[in-house]
Design a protein around this ligand. Structure first.
Ligand SMILES: Cc1cc2nc3c(=O)[nH]c(=O)nc-3n(C[C@H](O)[C@H](O)[C@H](O)COP(=O)(O)OP(=O)(O)OC[C@H]3O[C@@H](n4cnc5c(N)ncnc54)[C@H](O)[C@@H]3O)c2cc1C
Length: 557
């Protein structure tokens, strides 16, 4: 048995930021991750991180309003205010830790334009912002002597009398299952993009943290809000960063029109992501597409500019499509990218389960509401990673012990053994693929009652089939067959919360765009959806959105 004051599940930006803070506050801190920390999906973030810096006359209230509007007024405004107000200090602190943000010739930090924002306030490190931040935070964690359980996989949380006391995990190197007791747990296990195919997310983004918290009794809030990013490659879902449009790239249809003129005359290609994705999908549905895609055109930016500022995009274009972006436009389409919904927390990362906190993409503090602005997610991980550690430190002052019992370990060992002992049956891969493609079909850029019911029924069918999945590899060391099977279990749970959230919301708002109910309905639906686990089924509820200073208005870009 291992013991800590705080156990952080996930070593992406949210987890590592929380760890550095917890260690600074003098807590015995551990981080646990199913992959090496710098392979967390945060590493793939290219575009940047938002903050309103006063050295250029920007103010946090403007950032907050752009975020509120971007969220289609579903974000809780108290949480958005916290994030926007604290962004500047957090950004500068990252700089001081060693993140080498790109600078102007004058030496001042350079900002680029990003969607849904009236001024450039996205700070970046070339096209490797996430990677640069993650490496620095990992260094800081090591420097502060954070214990890192690297390549360990969590299979369940320890909940005793309604209080969270740690987790059961297995060490993937040995296959041994272990109890890790902790006075508090911070869930920072990332998103669930792979519940859809194709997706911009890494294969590891299977929603484990969401499912773990859901099974512990926490609400999954606004799960219908799934972000489709406007610029992904057809087939494999690879992301072409919004930085391209931020730096001036155009979107064209098959007739060569800059069609955004008709959908967002003022913001054009830099309207909110939900708006741009819907515009593209409409062009595609109405037959103005090229092979079911539209075009991202960077030609007018010139080769030198593209290679200096958007080098990674040029690499993707050359490697995956064999084209030079300074000579040819590239075919793109909307693809699943991010989950706005997640584990319901307050502004300190606390869930309803004492001792259990959540931060980062798995959490829903409600700063993104119906649609996240590009570059607000990295900010969310940093601000709320830090805040959840501060809150956990305060909480554990009143906790005497993390307990000693090993009974959970025995039960978990028996559960996993039973999975390994199953007779030869279905393979996990077939179910995972069927689940994820049906989710994209049913919960698409546009959806309706029938498509959502279809996806929901498919999730139930996949849940039933899961009982026949067998693990063929019976070995202990790096048994990825077993890990993928356990991930699939999490994915099915997450998919259920998404279809149920979607079926609840009887309007169109943000990313939830129903062709059968095309209008936003503030009178009845300025509300959060909640999906709880209830025995083998679900229970649903709604709650009010917190409005502080901005009343909902029509959203035009
Ligand atoms: C291609 C791409 C580009 C992006 N670009 C941007 C951008 O420019 N700006 C922006 O703001 N946002 C961007 N985003 C979104 C943003 O990167 C993510 O939302 C954010 O980094 C998530 O951070 P996180 O710490 O919550 O989770 P992650 O970085 O995903 O980390 C999750 C951690 O949890 C661990 N974990 C998960 N399950 C288990 C388990 N069962 N047991 C043990 N460990 C587990 C993983 O090992 C990992 O360490 C991008 C996303 C993608 C996919």
């Amino acid at each position: 048995m291992y013991e800590h004051d705080v156990l952080i599940i996930g070593a992406g930006l949210a987890g590592l930021r929380a760890a550095v803070e917890a260690e600074k506050l003098g807590l015995n801190t551990a981080v646990l991750s199913k992959v090496h920390p710098v392979r967390s999906h945060s590493c793939a973030a290219q575009g940047g991180i938002n903050a309103a810096l006063t050295d250029r006359g920007d103010v946090w209230e403007d950032h907050a309003y752009d975020t509120v509007k971007g969220s289609d007024f579903l974000g809780d405004q108290d949480a958005i205010e916290v994030m926007a107000r604290e962004a500047g200090d957090d950004l500068i602190e990252l700089e001081h830790m060693g993140v080498i943000f790109s600078r102007e010739k004058s030496g001042r930090l350079e900002a680029r334009a990003f969607g849904g924002q009236r001024v450039p306030r996205t700070f970046f490190v070339g096209a490797i912002t996430g990677s640069a931040m993650l490496h620095v935070l990992y260094e800081q964690a090591i420097k502060h002597d954070v214990r890192v359980y690297e390549e360990w996989f969590v299979t369940s949380l320890i909940i005793e009398e309604g209080v969270c006391h740690g987790a059961i995990a297995f060490n993937m190197h040995t296959g041994e299952m272990e109890t890790i007791r902790a006075k508090s747990v911070i869930m920072a296990a990332g998103g669930a993009g792979r519940v859809f195919e194709p997706s911009t997310n890494a294969l590891i983004c299977t929603g484990d943290g969401l499912a773990l918290a859901w099974n512990a009794g926490v609400s999954m809030m606004d799960m219908e809000m799934v972000q489709y990013h406007p610029t992904t490659l057809a087939g494999n879902g690879i992301l072409l960063s919004e930085a391209a449009r931020g730096e001036g790239a155009h979107l064209l249809n098959s007739e060569g029109d800059r069609f955004m003129e008709r959908y967002a005359p003022e913001f054009m290609e830099l309207a909110s992501r939900d708006v741009v994705s819907r515009a593209e999908q409409t062009e595609i549905n109405e037959g103005r597409s090229i092979n079911g895609n539209v075009l991202l055109d960077l030609r007018h930016l010139g080769k030198t500019f593209i290679e200096e500022r958007l080098g990674y995009l040029q690499e993707v274009a050359v490697e995956f499509r064999g084209i030079d972006l300074s000579e040819h436009p590239i075919e793109i389409r909307p693809g699943v990218h991010y989950i706005m919904g997640g584990i319901k927390t307050n502004v300190d990362g606390a869930t309803v389960v004492p001792g259990l906190y959540a931060a980062g993409e798995c959490a829903n503090v409600s700063v993104h509401g119906g649609n996240r602005l590009g570059a607000n997610s990295l900010l969310d991980t940093i601000v709320f990673g830090r805040r959840s550690a501060t809150a956990a430190a305060e909480y554990i002052k009143s906790v005497d012990s993390a307990g000693r019992s090993e009974e959970h370990l025995d039960a978990e060992k028996a559960r996993i053994q039973a999975l390994l002992d199953r007779p030869k049956g279905i393979r996990w891969a077939a179910i995972r693929n069927e689940l994820a493609t049906s989710m994209t079909e049913g919960i698409g850029v546009y959806r309706d009652q029938a498509s959502m019911e279809g996806a929901d029924a498919k999730v139930d069918e996949m849940r039933a089939k899961y009982s026949q999945v067998s693990v063929e590899n019976k070995g202990k060391v790096f048994n990825t067959d077993l890990i993928f099977t356990l991930e699939l279990d999490y994915m099915i749970d997450v998919a259920k919360t998404i279809t149920q959230g979607a079926l609840m919301r009887k309007e169109s708002r943000g990313a939830h765009s129903r062709t059968d109910m095309p209008d936003r309905d503030d009178k009845n639906w300025l509300k959060h959806t909640h999906v709880f686990k209830d025995g083998d089924g679900v229970r649903t509820e709604t709650s009010d959105v917190t409005i502080t200073q901005w009343q909902p208005v029509e959203r035009v870009y």
